[in-house]
Unconditional design. Structure first.
Length: 458
């Protein structure tokens, strides 16, 4: 029987029972108040406290640290960043290339800090394998590979069908691109380890403390107000719940399933021996990993958006989404037909209107924020946090000069236009994938190109 919800498989599989942290009980003050106990908030607290130990930092989390995307994602620690091409258009190719180089280095930074702090998050650096399974996907893959090389990733490898299936035996694989800048992680173990590390440094964490409003100099909760010169919003897909933020970032749903542990005989047939992360070049793309306990965790969009920017109920996802992800698993690996699916869950990620991740600090008001990672937040949150650190401390560094700093974007359309638009876009992407699989034409269908232009991704 599949367990649906319960926050995530990562939550269910972590046998460490940490006592809940006390909620806020009264008004208080700090030098910096951070709203959100996910990766962005935790990394920001970590780097600020390391750089300036005397800072009084308070972190407020509505549930518990790692409750949101940080405890539900696909465990992809990799160098992708949302909006790089947009930044190249706005600021020039060299600036965007510097941003990409910073992301490449961030993968190593996360691994090194986890080791330094004794955080056991099942990290294994096997790189990222992105595969094509149709002629149109292969055309996009080759263009993607060349594009990444042009942004400085000269250690990337382009593989043909045989070399791809030698890495992982994927049905119908016609080629792939492999990057060394990726590692598998257990996402919740990383989040919980970070929370313990920042608490040990002297950061005050209040869990079960929802913030209802952020304003210059204060973060307001039902239990009291924290006043501070700097208030940092690190709420990603849950941003719409804050007063005045409903149209800032769209909470996009992503769902996952995980198999029961697979025996060595199955892995012998599948390969996947160095545990690279696995993605594809479909428009409605998938992402997967081989877990530390020899399962396959695989995810995709499912139902992409809930009306009114609503978020899920502790990770429960629709049965139709579980069925579609199971079908996707067996399409990639027919030999897994009938394999038990033990857990299914969902979560939300933050999507700005132009699909560009950003880091911002308004010096006049002291308000700052980071996010809009569009599903690439495991590593991007670390780079964002180090950048927020430098901005808060008033330092001009290589990080504060990166082109995503202080980027502004227009708000999403009001309902029902927002809901109708997202539903139509993802229906178009799914239909585009269907057509490309059916026709075997080597070019991307015009339907997908139109959807890219309308959404702001193209």
């Amino acid at each position: 029987m599949t367990i649906n919800g319960g926050i995530s498989f990562w939550y269910a599989s972590d046998d460490r029972t940490d006592p809940p942290r006390a909620p806020l009980t009264t008004d208080t003050t700090a030098d910096v108040v951070i709203v959100g106990g996910g990766y962005t908030g935790l990394w920001t607290a970590y780097y600020l406290k390391r750089a300036a130990p005397g800072l009084r930092i308070t972190l407020l989390e509505q549930k518990f640290c790692g409750y949101g995307a940080s405890g539900r994602n696909g465990g992809w620690l990799y160098n992708g960043i949302a909006g790089r091409d947009r930044y190249a258009a706005l600021h020039g190719h060299p600036a965007a290339r510097r941003l990409q180089q910073a992301m490449n280095e961030t993968v190593t930074e996360v691994i090194d800090v986890a080791a330094k702090e004794g955080i056991d998050a099942d990290i294994h650096r096997g790189g990222v394998l992105e595969v094509a399974r149709t002629p149109a996907q292969l055309s996009r893959l080759r263009a993607f590979h060349a594009h990444e090389v042009a942004f400085g990733e000269t250690d990337r490898e382009l593989l043909d069908a045989a070399a791809t299936r030698a890495r992982i035996d994927i049905a119908d694989a016609v080629g792939s691109s492999w990057s060394p800048h990726g590692a598998r992680i257990h996402p919740l173990k990383l989040a919980k380890g970070l929370a313990a590390a920042v608490e040990a440094l002297g950061v005050v964490i209040h869990e079960s403390t929802p913030v209802t409003e952020i304003a210059p100099g204060r973060a307001v909760t039902p239990y009291g107000t924290v006043r501070a010169p700097h208030v940092l919003r690190c709420t990603e897909g849950f941003t719409a719940a804050l007063k005045g933020q409903k149209r800032s970032w769209l909470p996009m749903n992503s769902s996952m399933i995980v198999t029961a542990p697979l025996p060595p005989s199955v892995w012998d047939r599948l390969g996947w021996s160095d545990s690279p992360l696995l993605g594809d070049m479909a428009h409605a793309y998938m992402y997967a990993q081989r877990t530390a306990d020899d399962r396959i965790a695989i995810g995709g969009r499912g139902v992409p958006y809930r009306f009114g920017s609503r978020t899920d109920n502790d990770g429960r996802t629709q049965p139709a989404t579980v069925a579609s992800l199971t079908a996707l698993l067996t399409a990639f690996f027919p030999q897994l037909t009938g394999t038990e699916i033990t857990h299914a869950w969902s979560g939300v990620l933050g999507v700005p209107r132009d699909w560009c991740a950003t880091v911002t600090l308004d010096r006049a008001s002291g308000l700052g924020w980071a996010g809009g990672y569009v599903g690439s937040g495991v590593a991007t949150s670390n780079l964002a946090a180090r950048t927020l650190r430098d901005l808060v401390l008033g330092e001009s560094t290589e990080l504060t000069a990166l082109p995503w700093v202080n980027h502004r974007v227009r708000r999403w359309e009001p309902e029902p236009l927002r809901w109708l638009g997202v539903q139509a876009l993802y229906a178009a992407y799914r239909e585009a994938d269907r057509r490309e699989s059916a026709t075997h034409r080597p070019t991307t269908t015009p339907l997908a190109r139109l959807a890219d232009r309308i959404s702001g991704r193209g």
